[in-house]
Design a protein around this ligand. Structure first.
Ligand code: NAD
Length: 259
């Protein structure tokens, strides 16, 4: 019997990387999975990959920065599986990494609306269903970059969105405890996914220091982590193993934040 038998998990940003890795991990523990993303082709393919592990999976189009899109996606998820028990607000972008005086208001807003407002919208529309199920677990993908390890000059919008997610997580953990809903954040260090190639770095010479993506996890191993390293921590938090854990951020960075 799997650790998530009978549970339904709603995962945003599930077509790729950490979201997909976690969808697969949860499926192997018996959960039924809703994969929400805006890349429809990759999302449908991802759902088939998750189903191949033996569970039930359903892809739904969802732009987390759009109120209407999240509301509709959550409705479709509940129509399909009848309930929600686990919510993983994971969709995110690095956006543009550039000096703050070069970062345009549109670029700032895009990163904040996907990473931070998208987290709020995902929680806002799913919480009624967790309450209806008698409780549940919410996970939020923040980053070491939003908490302690500011190793990426040029990432002002990204870091702000990721720090905001941690504050939001703590506040709703306090609010939702009485509804038996636990809320926690994962703070990955460098994880091997598609996000790096989707990052635009611009005007880096103006910083006086080179803008660079974070370098791996030298404290415990030589390089970056894999989505499965994050997925295993998500499983702990989503399952009964984490039943007495709420309102915390857990670093999954191979010890990089120690440096
Ligand atoms: P990824 O690019 O492989 O996957 C991100 C997924 O989010 C993609 O499938 C993408 O289509 C989806 N997405 C983007 N914008 C969306 C939107 N508006 N609505 C719905 N889906 C959207 O990257 P990843 O590394 O797996 O990123 C997942 C999360 O992990 C992000 O929040 C990211 O900030 C965080 N994170 C990643 C790292 C890392 O090193 N990979 C480190 C720290 C934090």
């Amino acid at each position: 019997m799997g650790m998530l038998e009978g549970k339904v998990a709603f995962i945003t940003g599930a077509a790729s990387g950490i979201g997909l890795g976690t969808a697969k991990r949860f499926a192997t523990e018996g959960a039924r999975i809703v994969l929400a993303d805006l890349q429809d082709e990759d999302g449908e393919k991802a759902a088939r990959e998750v189903e191949a592990l033996g569970g039930e999976a359903f892809y739904v189009h969802c732009d987390v920065s759009s109120d209407e899109s999240v509301r509709t996606a959550v409705e479709r998820a509940v129509e399909r599986f009848g309930r929600l028990d686990i919510v993983f607000a994971n969709a995110g972008i690095n956006g543009v990494w550039t000096p703050v005086d070069e970062l345009t208001p549109e670029e700032w807003s895009k990163t904040i609306s996907i990473n931070l407002t998208g987290t709020y919208l995902t929680v806002h529309y799913t919480v009624p269903h967790l309450k209806a199920a008698g409780g549940g677990s919410i996970l939020i993908t923040s980053s070491v970059n939003g908490t302690r390890t500011f190793s990426s000059p040029g990432a002002s919008a990204y870091s702000t969105s990721k720090a905001g997610q941690v504050a939001f997580m703590k506040m709703i953990a306090l609010e939702l405890g009485r509804s038996h809903i636990r809320v926690n954040a994962i703070c990955p260090g460098l994880i091997h996914t598609n996000i790096q190639e989707r990052t635009e770095q611009r005007d880096t010479e103006q910083l006086g220091i080179e803008v660079e993506l974070p370098k791996g996890s030298p404290a415990l191993n030589e390089g970056e982590g894999d989505p499965i390293d994050v997925a295993d921590v998500c499983l702990f938090l989503a399952s009964d193993l984490g039943r007495h854990v709420s309102g915390v951020e857990i670093f999954v960075d191979g010890g990089a934040s120690l440096l």
